[in-house]
Design a protein around this ligand. Structure first.
Ligand code: HSE
Length: 430
């Protein structure tokens, strides 16, 4: 019998327990496929006493994940603690320094420290794998680093935060307000401890920055992601988008251009009948476009015990089989610094305003758009409630670049005819 691969798991929340369950339930299958047994030798979490529905009697216990990461009977340190710093970062570094391979589901850690950690891992001859950090159960990291390794990737797009997709589809499907759908998601336990990670687009932005690095051979640059959350999307926006045949999605897109790396994560309008438009609830979808392969669409559960454990175990099985791939698909020291560029591909935009109902207001708006070179395609004013004197106005522009639209929005806010800040969303005709 070949020697077992011995895991130390830190963090026994939903994902950690899912990994333990998989290893217990499928020991024979894992051994058959890896050619060696996969075992857990030690675990660590905040509370030893908590009833997690799984006995921990077979495993050594460590209060301190750093101690777990350094144990002699651990070959692979599995970090499922979360958080960009603190014990997650300290224990991953300790594991790499102690000569362990590392598997993590921690997108925040890698979005902020991925380059340094990958360099540390590779200098030590260890692997650092993170399939579960991006799009839950979808094997997108593996697809990019392995199956599509011979492609020049031209674009990556994706809906990679299930909570936002759940909120937006509940607003449309059940006619809920943003606050009602948010509360419902909260009640179902979907939201991160800091909900702004979800609804502010940060979690999805972390994921996009990791995929960009693999796709374009650039160092992870989360700070270069243009971020816009879904908190300003109203039920009226959703209805108006639906009237025009679109759905609103928190959509990420990245491409490498001559000017630099464009990465944006923002609510967008997509055709209702497109694969992205059809995506319901907590499901994720990633679209990869490569020069040889054309378009590849991956769809699956973006979170949850089974799907995320599946992704963690995919990495563990690679290590058990002896497959060793660089963290971002090529040696970290060869990744080039990513120069951020504002997305400059022209697109039509949806613009929602609340206009004070007074003579000349609409003319002022049309005039600032014209001055910025933004051409109006469609425009509609809705009647307003008696108690407010602001009328909702919806404008769909012809294709324009975001910089011109921003110039117009800046000028609009100086006119004194707006009741609140405008909301602009790109229309992606996929
Ligand atoms: N909070 C994430 C989501 C799952 O809603 O998709 C973990 O990244």
């Amino acid at each position: 019998m070949t020697s077992p691969l011995r895991l130390g798991i830190a963090g026994l929340g939903t994902v950690g327990i899912g990994v333990l369950r998989t290893i217990r339930r499928k020991a024979d299958l894992l051994e058959a496929r890896a050619g060696r047994p996969v075992r857990v030798t030690a675990v660590s979490a905040r509370s030893r006493q908590k009833d997690r529905g799984v006995s921990l009697d077979d495993y050594a216990w460590e209060d301190d994940p750093v101690a777990l990461a350094r144990r002699d009977d651990v070959d692979v340190y599995v970090e499922l603690i979360g958080g960009e710093n603190g014990p997650a970062k300290a224990s991953v570094l300790a594991a790499l320094e102690a000569g362990k391979d590392v598997v993590t589901a921690n997108k925040a850690l890698l979005a902020h420290h991925g380059q340094a950690l990958a360099e540390t891992a590779e200098a030590a001859g260890r692997v650092l794998r993170f399939e579960a950090a991006v799009a839950g159960g979808i094997p997108v990291v593996k697809s990019l680093t392995e199956g599509l390794a011979a492609n020049e990737v031209t674009r990556i797009m994706g809906v990679m935060n299930g909570t936002c997709n759940y909120i937006l589809t509940r607003m449309e499907g059940a006619g809920l307000s943003y606050d009602e759908a948010f509360s419902e998601a909260d009640g179902l336990g979907y939201l991160e401890a800091d909900p702004n990670l979800d609804v502010g687009g940060i979690d999805a932005g972390h994921k996009l920055s990791l995929l960009s690095s693999i796709a374009f051979g650039t160092q992870v640059n989360f700070a270069g992601v243009e971020l816009q959350g879904i908190g300003d999307v109203t039920i009226e926006d959703i209805h108006q988008a639906a009237d025009m045949g679109y759905r609103i999605k928190l959509l990420g897109a990245a491409r490498l251009t001559g000017r630099g790396l464009e990465q944006r994560m923002a609510p967008c309008l997509v055709p209702a009948n497109s694969p992205l438009g059809q995506l319901e609830g907590g499901t994720n979808m990633v679209v990869i476009e490569g020069d040889d392969v054309g378009q590849v669409v991956l769809r699956g559960a973006g979170a949850g015990e089974g799907p995320t454990a599946s992704a963690v175990m995919g990495d563990v099985m690679d290590i058990a089989r002896g497959l060793r791939v660089s963290t971002f698909g090529q040696p970290a020291t060869q990744l080039t610094p990513a120069v951020p560029a504002q997305a400059a591909t022209p697109a039509p935009y949806y613009l929602r305003l609340h206009l004070l109902d007074k003579p000349g207001a609409m003319a002022r708006i049309a005039s600032v758009l014209g001055d910025a070179g933004v051409s109006i395609n469609r425009m509609r004013q809705y009647s307003h409630a008696i108690e407010t004197d602001a009328a909702p106005v919806l404008i769909v522009t012809h294709k324009t670049i975001r910089a011109s639209l921003d110039e117009a929005i800046d000028a609009m806010t100086q006119t004194g005819v707006l009741a609140d800040s405008p909301l602009a969303m790109r229309i992606e005709d996929l």
